[in-house]
Ligand binder design. Sequence first.
Ligand SMILES: [Zn+2]
Length: 364
Amino acid sequence: MPGRTTRARAARAETAPPPFEIAGVRIAPGERRTVDLSIARFYTHGEMTMPVHVVRGRRPGPRLFISAAMHGDEINGVEIIRRLIRLPLLDRLRGVLIAVPIVNVHGFIAQSRYLPGRRDLNRSFPGSRQGSLAARLAHLFTEEIVGRATHGIDLHTGALHRSNLPQVRARLEDAETLRLAEAFRAPILINAEVRAGSVREVATRRGIPLLVYEGGEALRFDEDSIRAGLRGVVGVMRALEMLPARPVRRPRPMGEPVIARSTAWLRAPTGGILRTLLPLGSHVRKGEALGVISDPFGEREVALLAPAHGIVIGGLNLPLVNEGDAVFHIARFGRLREAAARVAEFRSRQQELDPELVAGEPAG
Ligand SMILES: [Zn+2]
């Protein structure tokens, strides 16, 4: 009965989920695999590859990429991804999670933000097949990762010797991006302009909502930022219905989003040795002293004064400053009091552990 077989096959094809493929490797529903994307050869002869871990749920849904170490020394996101992909919760995944813990492999090995030649990968998008190493890497990421995703989260930290209070930067005039940014529940939301050459620019052009999460400092693990990042990613996956809604209790409603109006770095008016007076997350008033720069004798002291009311969302940890160094990053808000309340709420939540997110936490 050939007619019946053909009909049966046609019916199966209609209900069969569309294939998901990355670098020629096919990942079936319910399967998870690590795929090494070939980038280039090292001058040692060895091959440089970008490792990608794909988890495909049994049921269809969004395809979310999570990337880290786009800047090779920003390693909190590597740990966020390690914890994420070990969560038993992923057994209930809908759609596809595409986890790329180390995008800038050269930088990660060299413990540097950059690629060889001090090229910044996150200024090299969309890249090209024939360009510099940075351009080729950007091109590969654009085609194999961004090109296969419907949504993305790019995990960053502050630069070397600088810490960021956990914050989400995104194009918040887009309603879906705003909804996901809210679901991340970071204390600070910034409607950030899209930087030329960034992965966010590529995603924006392709209509893919992309969140950039920033938390902690380069070359350090910051437990608070890691936990907030893990919670945030899972919150976004829940909002996308890739994961079931939180079963225990509904999170407290956060009310209207509070978005930073602008942010600015306060720079050192003089070189010297810095003493920081206020921690990250502090609510400061215009003219309030954030720190003091002095000479080694304490004879000449210059106070660093807040240029406006706001919240300190980033700061320098290295006390040795040159004139002009960026020292404090301050966000200004239309509704500053509410923003400060969110930071306080975030701090109080830091110790709460969602039992579903504990699987990957260190013991003890
Ligand atoms: Zn970065």
